[in-house]
Write a protein that binds this ligand. Structure first.
Ligand code: NI
Ligand code: MN
Length: 227
């Protein structure tokens, strides 16, 4: 599969079969986004970790164009369903097989409401089991010890985690999170989009590497192959 970093917490996965999955597609109001929602080719599925504007992002606009199915927690799913979107509602601890692979929702310590301040259920992280690889997108979260359990149960290949501080983990807590999960690679996200979440991904990388773990800083718009 291919994994593309669209900046902030937004990623695009393209499977060998050509299925395309977007995660937290915050593009048009994101100063670092390498593409606008209009420039995306298509999205079969959109996975949302929570309803905050910088994660729900352009999901509705994209889903309307491509009739993408939106995968998210139950409460956010109900909100979107009432607005006419095709959703698959799940919840924390639950997993479900999709044509591209399995999705499992995990806890995240954060909030989740829409821009209209409508309650949207619990925020979440997601485990994506695709083509024998496991990607863990933590969503927005503070550090929590159960990450250790997530890493023990699942052999994580890529852990995508926030380092921008203020709303989420900062660099030092994120380094500890990588220790807990013990992925093959840590990929920093949720930084430098706004001044309040300014952080140096290379400081994170060097601290992760001092701990004997591997980190991959992805450029905004960079796409890597995972196989
Ligand atoms: Ni958030
Ligand atoms: Mn956020």
């Amino acid at each position: 599969m291919k994994l593309k970093y669209l900046s902030h917490s937004a990623f695009q996965i393209t499977t060998e079969e050509g299925l395309r999955i977007l995660i937290d597609p915050f593009l048009d109001r994101n100063p670092n986004a390498p593409v606008t929602s209009d420039e995306l080719l298509f999205a079969d599925f959109i996975v949302l970790t929570h309803a905050h504007g910088d994660h729900l992002g352009d999901a509705k606009k994209i889903a309307k164009i491509f009739n993408s199915q939106i995968i998210c927690v139950n409460e956010l799913g109900i909100i979107l369903e009432k607005q006419g979107f095709n959703t698959h509602k799940m919840h924390i601890g639950g997993s479900h097989p999709f044509p591209f692979g399995k999705v499992k929702f995990t806890i995240a310590h954060h909030g989740s409401s829409t821009d209209e301040m409508q309650y949207a259920g619990e925020p979440a992280g997601v485990l994506l089991f695709i083509e024998d690889k496991i990607i863990y997108h933590t969503g927005d979260t503070g550090l929590f010890f159960d990450m250790k359990l997530i890493g023990e149960i699942n052999k994580i290949d890529y852990m995508l985690l926030p380092i921008g501080d203020n709303f989420t983990m900062g660099i030092d807590d994120a380094v500890r999170a990588v220790e807990f999960v013990n992925p093959n690679y840590a990929v920093p996200m949720h930084y430098n989009t706004f001044p309040i979440i300014a952080a140096d991904p290379y400081e994170f990388k060097s601290k992760v590497e001092q701990n004997g773990k591997q980190c991959r800083v992805m450029e905004f718009g960079e796409e890597i192959s995972i196989n």
